[in-house]
Design a protein around this ligand. Structure first.
Ligand code: PRP
Ligand code: URA
Length: 209
């Protein structure tokens, strides 16, 4: 069963509270999502392997650590996952970026795929799937399924807010995937929106409603 890591860091919680406020506009919403993503990636990558190399400082030659092992890839789920990309890239500038386009049909609540473009060497990378909202878990589970169909198996899911229903779905469908979230909220409403949540992340990010 994949582990769930919930970040209770005061800075992350403070910024998330401002994002939840319905009076927070698109510009500030985008900036905060970017900042939180940057803070989250610090913890998401905590267990990446390192190796020692030799480096010459102005004083002497010494051994010091650098990242080793698999390179990173990040895969935002369109649209709202795009809001997390820059924050992650600020911390891991060498990561390659794939995109999976999914929208949730408002009637059936089922994810519909409309785009998929991944780096050629995705199978050899440690992948971070990014999406601010994990509601029913349908979108995240489908995205992870697409990655696995294409031979990718080292996958972590990074969300801002999750509902218990979404966590349960991903854990059931993909027990090998760890989930990293800033908050786990109460439940879903009848329209499968997260309560209390922050509303429609894509619309708030891009000002489409
Ligand atoms: C939102 C969100 C997730 C999905 C979560 O996207 O960004 O991708 O809903 O819901 P689920 O867990 O029930 O699948 P949406 O479908 O609204 O598309 P958008 O990002 O283009 O606005
Ligand atoms: N998608 C969102 O953007 N928000 C929710 O609460 C649920 C799905």
């Amino acid at each position: 069963m994949g582990k769930v890591h919930i970040f209770d860091h005061p800075l992350i919680q403070h910024k998330l509270t401002i994002m939840r406020d319905k009076n927070t506009g698109a510009k500030e919403f985008r900036e905060l999502l970017n900042e939180i993503s940057m803070l989250m990636v610090y913890e998401v990558t905590r267990d990446l392997p390192t190796e020692e190399i030799s480096v010459e400082t102005p004083i002497c030659v010494t051994k010091a650590k650098v990242l080793s092992g698999k390179k990173l890839g990040i895969v935002p789920i369109l649209r709202a996952g795009l809001g997390m990309v820059d924050g992650v890239l600020n911390m891991v500038p060498a990561a390659k970026v794939g995109h999976i386009g999914l929208y949730r049909d408002p009637e059936t609540k089922q994810p519909v795929e409309y785009y998929c473009k991944l780096p050629e060497d995705s199978q050899n990378r440690e992948l971070l799937v990014l999406d601010p909202m994990l509601a029913t878990g349908g979108s995240a589970s489908a995205a992870i399924g697409f990655l696995k169909d294409r031979g990718c198996h080292n996958i972590r899911l990074v969300n801002l807010i999750a509902a218990p229903e979404g966590i349960e779905r991903v854990q059931k469908d993909h027990p090998d995937v760890d989930i990293f979230v800033a908050a786990c909220d109460e439940r879903l409403n009848d329209h499968a929106y997260i309560i209390p949540g922050l509303g429609d992340a894509g619309d708030r990010l891009f000002g489409t409603k």
